[in-house]
Design a protein around this ligand. Sequence first.
Ligand SMILES: *Cc1c(COP(=O)(O)O)cnc(C)c1O
Length: 356
Amino acid sequence: MHKKLFIPGPIEVSPEILNAMATPMIGHRMPEYACLHKGVTDKLKELMFTRDRVFLSTSSAFGAMEGAVRNLVGKRCANFCNGAFSDKWHNVTLACGKEADAFKAAWGEPITPEMVDAALATGKYDAVTLIHNETSTGVMSPLPEIAEVLRKYPDVVSIVDTVSSMSALKIPLEELGIDCCVFGVQKAFALPPGLAVFTASERALERAKGVPGRGYYFDFLEFAAADEKDNTPSTPCISLIYALDRQLDRIFAEGLEQRWQRHAEMAQFMRIWVLEQGFGLLVAEPYRSVTLTCATNERGVELALLKKRLGERGFAFDDGYGKLKGKTFRVAHMGDMRLDDLREITAAMESILQDL
Ligand SMILES: *Cc1c(COP(=O)(O)O)cnc(C)c1O
């Protein structure tokens, strides 16, 4: 039995997208690919409100992230950490042989503009990494306010992970001045995993030119050169790019405003349900994510058992990430999900909780 995915990634993939992946294969040096590539990157630019380069990376998000670090950190990187994924980014930065420091907020707390300002005021850093939506805790850090601080430091290149937020709310990259935005398609885009998207501002490409050891597979300059011909340096995951093309058409057909509104409504629904059921919310307003809700287990429910029972009824459920396992549970509301999907899982949870 297929379990319907309510975990925060990968997300349930609609049949239309799976069908798009069955499009007959083409060669990536054929004109048909250039046409597909240009269509997809143009639509992504519209979605992300940017005229910067947009690149397609055949990897998961951490591949493009490793690339961003290798290409954009010259002197020293400030990694802002407030959960499992942002902690990992610090490790990735060190693993790439870069000088870096971690600036930590507690799990469940956001990264604040003040933290970023204090770190950058030292003058030690020429790059920062930051996660917009920390999927392990359901925290959305205040990107517009942070971006305002970043603009005070024109020599600092900003690398921002929007893996679980891009497309769910307005993230106007150019207006914000984000140099490199990275996301994978298996979360907020609801595609199968294996493709990541990243942007590079002119400033980012200039920086890359002076940074040695960029490697080959994720060399931003290789991506920029291939992009001139609407192409990628290596053979891309063409089936996923067909799927992304179809998903972008569906996103624009729904309407961006409507899509953002749908996510806001689902988030509101989940928060109210969680509190009504006697659970708590890990994150305080206004930092609650619009794409997933992280509930604290105030009722002391045996979450592993709840997960098992939900599994028997055909739902894939998350009982907390890393050190929050058993203490919290997370329900995703992103991608193609609708209020009716949330009504379905919450009804099942209510029924199971009666007997637990
Ligand atoms: C899932 C996730 C990642 C990891 O992405 P991979 O595609 O597994 O490399 C990174 N950052 C955030 C915020 C995520 O939610």
